[in-house]
Ligand binder design. Sequence first.
Ligand code: MCF
Ligand code: FE
Length: 401
Amino acid sequence: MIKLKADYVLTMNKTYDILKNAEVLFDKEIIDIGYNLPEKAIYLGKNSVLMPALINSHTHLEFGSNKTSLNYGDFITWLESVIDKREELFVSCKADCYKNAIKEMKKSGICAFGEISSSGTDLKYLKHSPLKVVYFNEIIGSNPAIVDAMYQDFLNRLNESIKLKSKNFKPAVSIHSPYSVHPVLMDKIIEIAKEKNLPIEAHFMESRAERRWLDKGEGEFKLFFEKHFKNAKPLIKPLEFLKKFKDTNTTFIHCVYANEKELQKINEIDGKIAHCPVSNRLLNVGKLDLEKVKNYTIDYSVATDGLSSNYSLNLFKEIRAALLMHTDLHPKYLAKDLLKAVTINAAKSLNLNNGSIEKGKDADLITFQLPDNVENIENLPIQIILHTNEVERLYINGEKI
Ligand code: MCF
Ligand code: FE
């Protein structure tokens, strides 16, 4: 059993309790939170913060070797560069590339991440990850001529990942997007997810091009499909796509162009949203309307996406970017929500038993020290986001990593 004592304990519980000079007692799980608990305390020092470890709900580590290869500034141009460079990037992402990605996440206090795997080449590097992994086997394929082959390949990858299922490694599935997956495949994969109770992630309404294509069969995607697949018809309406996910645990990634009806549907099916502000900025698609999302009481997490559309996997940097980008929101209150977005909301999205400091939760915790005292704890979330890049301690299932 370990007892930590910090100047500030952020519980991230339902009432957003922040305790001053408080203690947290844990072994693999949190045992108690409060004052004068049994055991000798380890005091974390002046201006110390103890809070749940961060969770990166959406990444693509396969693209970890990308630094300057992909084209930013426009979604379709980026996508063309991905198609061009994907193989090269995957081949050059070997052991060190995964190690570096995990090292960066670990340093920034991340205890768990959602990995979108399109090829399965990441499995051997991630199966022994010191961080918790939710491994989303991705399906892509809209051309009827190849759907059977794509499905077989998907099943093989899924089965390999299911064999590795453990407390720290959870298999899951991903349907790439409504524009890139055939509806027959969507149905099959959702069926599997329901049967095996696997979380799902799907990119949704990321770009204006996607909006135009799915609504009207026009625009940049029309040219894109004519060029690559000679298949120039959208296969599903966005709302029909969303309806398919009823009775699943699905997180929709991006949702920048989701309209009222679609947000309402996501809310109705208890869907989650993952917001990737830096990725959205680099692909120049705009940003998620957080105010609207909040009105629907949809839980949103914040994630880095992959190094395919980011320069870093550090979640503190990501939420700092979000804080500065969403100029329509009050920074003090946005800061509070952003800390929820990378802890408790991300835990819900990935179906993990962590993300808050409450009895019975996994003891996934971080500690760090602020440069100075924060007099009014109302200001603590914003000061944490402004002044933290790396953590001092990271505990996963009560063990110091
Ligand atoms: O989230 C970003 C942007 N939107 C869509 N896809 C991806 C992102 N980062 C990587 N991807 C992957 C996606 O999973 O790129 C491929 C898929 O494997 C695009 S389709 C050739
Ligand atoms: Fe993504």
